[in-house]
Design a protein around this ligand. Structure first.
Ligand code: XUL
Ligand code: CO
Length: 433
């Protein structure tokens, strides 16, 4: 045991009346909601990156957090692993996620970096066994080191493509070994700053080949998890190729990968793309590529990715309603890709942030389940599209323009507009949130 969380015990469930900031008011893992436990419905994960690797910097100043594992070598990485699993136990969260470079220091060569990651993975394997905590996904950091400044798979330099391929191979091996439920690719530097120095067609072709190789390797090693792409429209590059869910679907289809790869949808990324979170979820569900979720929120007044902890239950409730409508989570989960503010220095800030964010998801799940059980939205939707249930309407879809035009003429069709009932539906939602 480290003493990092000294004095902080396991977070209890105390119910909505509790005023303890380190107690759950809604998250009750064993409570059954729509036929599954809350734990199974939400599959909550803690993100190693934000919670244990982020130093608290911003563009105007550096590190604000003083963690005993910062700037150390492998000894510090081992301490970080201890603290991370202590936090998972305190929170009672079933999953975690990590980038290769979050967990172990980068070495002087790729071989040394990979050895470092594997050594920490040995520790993770043991701790997973002891605690029952599982890996939701692993990923490779192909964006922090300066070698990736012009891209990884889309870099003009083929040696960088090769380095990235080798790094992903290692990260996928480690994820497989730890029983990861998914493997994520976020193209942090896959995009461009200026067209003046960019051959976009070539870069997109290379990104497609790279992803095909990842899928081939997944099958070769028998990794049973899902490969996920995480869309984001900008930041760090001005134009990211994986702009949003619809863009990613078009890319997957072009390379014949739409049955192989799904999406990891992040709340803040959806907002940066000018969408709502539920829009991205519904798009992925409609296209058959919904995979997993990165839970956080952006500040609506700032135009960048602030990765704050979720705290808006009504917004989260609608998103979860559409996840449930899509059949719920399978291999995916709610990964807290969220970071505390740089002034939130203390270990208990880290715990309180997760407790609050997890509670928002639990409260939202209860509201979404109540909405689902009431069935009001589903009924209104069915009525709105009821005309399409007739045999004649269905036959029209298999018909052609001339036949349809002849029928309009013959029957003198004169469609009458009907109310969309938006305010009534919004009021209905407000009864549950
Ligand atoms: C960056 C981001 C990443 C990905 C994994 O905005 O969300 O943490 O989730 O690389
Ligand atoms: Co993310």
């Amino acid at each position: 045991m480290s003493d990092f969380f000294a004095g902080i015990g396991k977070v209890p469930f105390e119910g909505p009346e509790s005023d303890d900031p380190l107690a759950y008011r809604y998250y009750e893992p064993a409570r059954v909601v729509l036929g599954k436990t809350m734990e199974e419905q939400l599959r909550i994960a803690v993100a190693y990156w934000h919670s244990f690797a982020w130093p608290g910097g911003d563009p105007f100043g550096g590190q604000t957090f003083e963690r005993p594992w910062f700037d150390g070598g492998m000894e510090a990485a081992r301490l970080k692993a201890d603290v991370a699993f202590e936090m998972f136990s305190i929170l009672g969260t079933p999953f975690y996620t990590f980038h290769d470079r979050d967990v172990a220091p980068e070495g002087r060569s790729l071989a040394e970096s990979s050895r470092n990651v594997r050594e920490i993975a040995d520790i993770f394997a043991k701790k997973q066994e002891e605690t029952g905590v599982r890996l939701l996904w692993g990923t490779a950091n192909l964006f922090s080191n300066r070698r990736f400044m012009s891209g990884a798979a889309t870099n003009p330099d083929p040696d960088v493509f090769a380095y990235a391929a080798a790094q992903v191979k290692d990260a996928l091996d480690v994820t497989h070994r730890l029983g990861g439920a998914n493997y994520v690719l976020w193209g942090g530097r896959e995009g461009y700053e200026t067209l003046l120095n960019t051959d976009m067609k070539q870069e997109l072709d290379h990104a497609g080949r790279f992803l095909s190789m990842v899928v081939d390797y997944k099958h070769k090693i028998g990794f049973p998890g899902t490969i996920l792409i995480e869309p984001k429209p900008q930041e760090p590059t001005k134009h990211q190729y994986d702009y949003d869910v619809a863009t990613v679907f078009g890319f997957l289809q072009r390379f014949g990968l739409e049955k192989e790869v799904k999406v990891n949808i992040e709340v803040g990324h959806a907002v940066l793309a000018g969408h709502s979170f539920e829009h991205e979820i519904a798009t992925a569900a409609a296209l058959g590529i919904f995979g997993s979720v990165d839970a956080n929120r952006n500040d609506y007044q700032s135009g960048w990715d602030t990765d704050q902890f979720p705290n808006n239950a009504p917004e989260m409730a609608l998103a979860i309603y559409y996840i449930l409508k899509a059949g719920g989570l399978t291999t995916g989960g709610f990964n807290f890709d969220s970071k505390i503010r740089r002034q939130s220095l203390d270990p208990q800030d880290l715990i309180a942030a997760h407790v609050g964010g997890i509670d928002i998801c639990a409260k939202a799940l209860l509201a979404a389940a109540a909405m689902t059980e009431d069935g009001g939205l589903a009924k209104a939707l069915k009525e709105r599209y009821a005309g399409w249930e007739s045999a004649e309407a269905q036959a029209m879809l298999g018909s052609d323009l001339e036949t349809i035009a002849a029928r309009v003429d013959r029957e003198g069709l004169e469609p009458q507009p009907r109310s969309g009932r938006q305010e009534m539906l919004e009021n209905w939602v407000n009864r549950f949130v």
